[in-house]
Design a binder for this molecule. Sequence first.
Ligand code: GLA
Length: 505
Amino acid sequence: MILILLTLIQAIDARNSLARTPPMGWMSWELFRCDVDCSVDPTSCISESMYKAQTDSLSEDGYVKAGYTGIHMDDCWESKHPPRDPITQKLAPNATRFPSGLKALGDYMHQKGATFGLYTAESPTTCGGYPASANMEVLDAQTFAEWGVDYMKVDGCGPANYYKGGYKAMGAALEASGRDIVYSCSWPAYINGGNETKQPFAEFINDGCNLWRNYDDIQCNWASLAGIIEHWGKYGESLVPYAGPGHWHDMDMLLIGANCIAEPEERTQMAIWSISAAPLIMGNDLRNVSDASKAILLNTDAIAVSQDPLGQMGMRISQGDTTGQVWARNLANGDVAVALYNDGASKPIVPPFKNDTSTCSSDSSNQTWTTVTGGYYEACDGSGGDLGQFSNLTVAQAQKQCCSNSNCAGFSFMNGAGYWKANANCGITKAKDFSGYTRTDAIPLPDTSTLSITVNFNDPNINLYGEIDVYDIWEGKSLGTFTSSYTAKNVISHDTAFLILSKKK
Ligand code: GLA
C-alpha cells in the first residue's frame, strides 16, 4: 500500500506551504454555538472576553505547548446592522461583544503563543444568518490579513452553484493577501450528498484548500461521533489518496472534554482522528476539562501519530461484528500505528422498552418519566428513531400523547415545542435550552460487553514480518515482542486500543 499511495500523493501538491501536518487547536462552535446573549450568558456568549479566556487556558494549561495552537472563532462574531462598514464596505465584528476589535483580539492570541482562526462563508450570509463573503473575496481576505488572521474556516450556506467559483476566488484572494492563511473549505460537505467517490478533491486542492469538511457536523453525543467514524471507515480507499501535507480531510471537532461522551469514547475519537490524519480541533470549554479528558488530549504518543511527518492518512483495514475494527496508519520511521476499535456492533441497537400504555401516564409520581434539563435523550436509528415534532403543548399534554403511542420513548421539549423519539439509545445530547422527558424503562443500560480484537502483522496494509514490538499508547509502555499477530483482550464497548507496531531492531 505504501508505494501505491506515495505515487498518488506526489501527484497532488498543495498550493502553499501551510498545514504540513493536520491543524490542531480549539473551536467555539460545539458548545458555544451562536449564543450572542451576553446579558444572560456573560461568560459563554460569543465575545472578546470568552475568546480571551479560552486563549488563556490554551496557553496556560499546556495545550499550546502540545501543539494545539489555534483559537478558532466560529459563526456569529459579525456585526449585522449594518452588515458592512458603509464607507469601506469591510466586514466588522459586533461592536458590543467585541469592543476592542479583531486586530486587538488577534494580537492577544499571538502574544499568548496561539494562532488566530476566523470564520466566514462563500454565500451572502453565514449559516447563522450573519454577513459573509460571497462576491467580496478580495476585500474580505485583505481585511482578515490586516487583523492578523492565520486560518479561515470558510463555510457555504447559500446557493451551491456559487461554490465552484467562490471557493476558487477566496483561495486566490487569501494567497494574494500577503499573509499566510490556512484555508479550510466546507465546500465538499455541501455537494455530492456525502458520496466521497464523487468528490473533486484535486480541484479543492488546486483552489488552495488546505483542509475541508467532508461530512455532517459533529454533535455532542456518541451516535454522531460513531456515524462519522463509520463514514470514514466506509470511504477510506477514496479518501486516503487525497490527504497529505497541506491538504487534509476534516472529520470535525473533538468532543473530548466536552462532557458529552464517556471516557472510552473519548479515547476512540483521539485514536481514530489521529490515525485518519484529521485536524485535532477541540470543541470543549477549556476552562472546564476533566483531568482524564486532558490526559487523552495531551497524550504525546497519540499526538505524534496525528502529526507524523510522512503525512500519510490511515484507514480502516478490517471490520466484523464479532471481531471489532482494525484501523492502521503508516508512519515516517516505518512503524505502523494501529487502532483496535470495539464499535459495539456485536450488540445491535434495538429499542429496549415495552411501552405498556396502561402504566404510562403524565403523573410524575409514578416513576414513568426520567427528566433531564439542558439536553435530552436522543434516538438512534436515523429517521427510524424520529417520530416527528410537535408544538403548542404543555409538558403534561406531551407526556399524555407519548403514553398513548406505544412507539414513543419520550421527547425533547422547549417552550411548548419538541420532537418525539422512538428510543433513547443515543444517550444524552446536550442542548442548553431544551429539557428531555424519557420513559424510564426506555433508557438504555450501559453496554458492558467486550471484544478481543486481533491485528495481523502480515495484513497487506501493515506488512510487518518477524519480531514486532507492540507499544500501548494509552498505557505509555511496551507490551512486549510478538510474531504474526497481537490480540488486545477485553476491549470494552466503544473503546479503542491504540498501539504502535515496530520491527524489532
Ligand atoms: C455549519 C458548519 C458548522 C458551523 C455552523 C455555523 O453548520 O458546518 O461547523 O460553522 O455552520 O453556523
